[in-house]
Write a protein that binds this ligand. Structure first.
Ligand code: SUD
Ligand code: ADP
Length: 310
């Protein structure tokens, strides 16, 4: 039997916002137990995969994304994803991956995770493997805590390391304005700062939540499609740590909140800030106001699907 090899496969994978993130204690493996509500948003990484003898990668930028910090060797999550898929499926095939990045690098929006999810979907199609989603998801979790969500997309609750997913109902759409920052932040450093902060203030703030859980009010607001209700429940346990490391972000957060946003928060481990707007028109107003103040401001919406062939 001959396998038909497409000339190329194009995949799109979304960045994410954590609309809720409760962080528990650090475990023996260095990971924190957490409970998060993810929403995939309409800021997409694009990947084109073409047949090749080896697995190789090229990274370019869509829009204002600075790709200087992105490795193109085996440290890149997309390369690792392609290799893991080839190894798991037992195929001796190659692919040239071209990533066009729109998600800020080290921005707290899961851009590298989106690239890994895109690579799994693209190579699965290019190599004609037809792997079940459950199998791709297992591989995704081995690549990074956020990769399974980039594959699934939509709105979902993540527990464990953030990789144990269950879909969450979300009605309608939520409009967000993102303010990226030129200087990225390291995820492990931000988690480390949270641990240090908790240790310093153990007496005042008490222990980390034993079993982190998503606030039911968040899930209710998502189900209702009610932006005002969601704004009142946004929470990110990494925010204080990120702001401690980067006090400059607090001013931008205040700026957005006083310019018409319902609420703002640090996305994941930062430094991207996400502002929730009442509706599309308010988001456009907010984007214009923040742009006029000299900030880069991007209007996106969620939820959107996970990594898909387009
Ligand atoms: C903070 C979050 C929120 O969604 O996103 P980002 O800000 O990175 O986008 C995630 O927890 C990041 O997930 P991800 O970036 O996939 O993490 P990984 O590559 O698996 O892990 C990088 C490092 O982050 C820390 N880490 C990650 C997840 C977790 N539950 N506990 C942790 O302590 C560990 O130090 C780990 O070595
Ligand atoms: N495909 C990729 N795109 C971006 N960064 C990557 C990729 N693969 C590995 N990395 C490394 O992972 C780090 C964090 O990646 P990224 O996913 O952009 O941010 P975050 O974890 O904050 O969401 C980068 O600084 C880079 O060194």
């Amino acid at each position: 039997m001959t396998t038909h090899t497409p000339a190329s496969v194009r995949v799109r994978a979304p960045g994410k916002i954590n609309v809720f993130l409760e962080v528990g204690d650090v475990q023996d493996d260095g990971y924190h137990e957490l409970a998060t509500a993810f929403q995939a948003v309409s800021l997409y990484e694009e990947m084109t995969a073409t047949p090749a003898d080896d697995i190789s990668l090229e990274v370019s930028s869509r829009g204002p994304v600075d790709i200087d910090g992105v490795p193109t060797d085996d440290r890149n999550l997309a390369i690792r994803a392609a290799r893991l898929l080839a190894q798991t499926a037992g195929v001796d095939r190659g692919a040239h991956l071209l990533i066009r990045k729109a998600v800020p690098v080290a921005g707290g929006m899961g851009g590298g995770s989106a690239d890994a999810a895109a690579a799994l979907v693209a190579c699965d199609a290019l190599w004609g493997l037809g792997m079940p989603m459950s199998e791709l998801s297992r591989m995704a979790a081995r690549l990074g805590a956020d990769v399974p969500f980039a594959l699934m997309g939509g709105t979902a609750v993540g527990t464990g390391r953030g990789d144990e997913l269950s879909p969450a109902l979300a009605r309608g759409r939520f409009d967000w304005v993102l303010v990226p920052n030129d200087v990225g932040m390291s995820t492990p450093v931000v988690y480390g700062e949270l641990d240090a902060h908790r240790e310093r203030h153990a007496v005042d703030i008490g222990p980390a939540p034993r079993v982190p859980a998503v606030d039911p009010d968040v899930l209710h607001a998502l189900r209702q499609g009610d932006a005002k209700m969601l704004a009142a429940t946004l929470r990110n346990d990494l925010q204080a740590a990120a702001l401690h490391l980067r006090p400059d972000l607090a001013r931008v957060l205040e700026r957005g909140e006083s310019s018409g946003a319902l609420a703002g928060l640090v996305s994941g481990s930062g430094p991207t800030l996400a502002f929730l707007a009442t509706d599309e028109a308010s988001a456009i107003d907010l984007q214009v106001t923040l742009s006029a103040a000299g900030l880069v401001a991007l209007h996106v919406h969620g939820p959107v699907p996970g990594a898909r062939v387009v």
